[in-house]
Design a protein around this ligand. Structure first.
Ligand SMILES: Nc1ncnc2c1ncn2[C@@H]1O[C@H](COP(=O)(O)OP(=O)(O)OP(=O)(O)O)[C@@H](O)[C@H]1O
Ligand SMILES: [Mg+2]
Length: 234
């Protein structure tokens, strides 16, 4: 089991953003979390990634009980075990693409050489090798998101988390990111994806978890591949 959430709760003041979530995610699964704005999707990801602490319940990721870690332990956990991709990329504007990616490895103890080598391999694999010296401001949205995915994969995370990864992209670059995430999952990467887009969920996820009001309101096996053929044929 890569993720085990048990009766997870998060309050902001008197408001319960998460009202008791229990969920297990196995290695190799791709889980889409869906639900209306404000239902707690990002809060849930922040708990799984150790960016924020729960008010109650427990989060175990890769066998590690996050409640038992201090701040330093959580920071290490995030760096080593988790890759994150966000709607607005969160790249560093002052660094060219390659260094944005390599930095994640440097922060995790790689030498400059090791980090650059791995970053180059990832850029190759994501077909953005020719953008290595370009700064984020001069990249397209789709290219920025691929740089962000490469950065997230730098330390071979047990778990890749993505919060609306196609939310800021036009449909073509969005589709490319969808393809990429799907491929990564087929290669064995465990993936948790927050999205408003049912098409993205259908294509990327093996399981869809529906949230409403800080709780899981439903769950179903995704209809994988539906729409794929027709998209391709267009
Ligand atoms: N840091 C915070 N302080 C106070 N309230 C917060 C904080 N973060 C989230 N909330 C509240 O918790 C609830 C869940 O927010 P969350 O961001 O998880 O929703 P979401 O499902 O990701 O929504 P969206 O689809 O719009 O991104 C909302 O009511 C939000 O206002
Ligand atoms: Mg959100």
């Amino acid at each position: 089991m890569v993720v085990r959430l048990t009766d997870l709760r998060k309050d902001f003041g008197s408001r319960a953003a998460l009202g008791g979530i229990s969920l297990e995610i196995r290695a190799g699964e791709s889980v889409a979390v869906m639900g209306p704005s404000g239902c707690g999707k990002s809060t849930l990801l922040n708990m799984v990634s150790g960016l924020d602490r729960p008010s109650g319940g427990s989060v175990v990721v890769g066998g590690e009980d996050l409640g038992a870690l201090d701040e330093k332990g959580l920071a290490l956990f995030r760096r080593r075990r988790i890759g994150m991709v966000f709607q607005f990329f969160n790249l560093l504007d002052d660094l060219p693409a390659l260094d944005n990616i390599a930095l994640a490895g440097r922060l995790n103890g790689m030498t400059v050489r090791q980090a650059r080598k791995r970053a180059e391999e990832l850029m190759d694999g994501l077909e953005i090798a020719d953008r290595r010296d370009v700064h984020p401001a001069s990249l397209s949205g789709g290219e920025r998101q691929r740089v962000a995915v490469a950065r997230a994969l730098m330390n071979r995370p047990a778990l890749l988390l993505a919060d609306e990864p196609t939310g800021a992209l036009d449909s073509r670059s969005g589709d490319a990111v969808v393809e990429l995430l799907t491929e990564l999952n087929h290669l064995g990467q465990t993936l948790v994806l927050v999205t408003h887009d049912p098409r993205l969920a259908a294509r990327c996820a093996s399981r869809v978890v529906e949230m409403a009001d800080g709780r899981i309101s439903g769950e179903h096996v995704a209809d994988r591949g539906v729409g794929r053929g027709t998209e391709r044929a267009r």
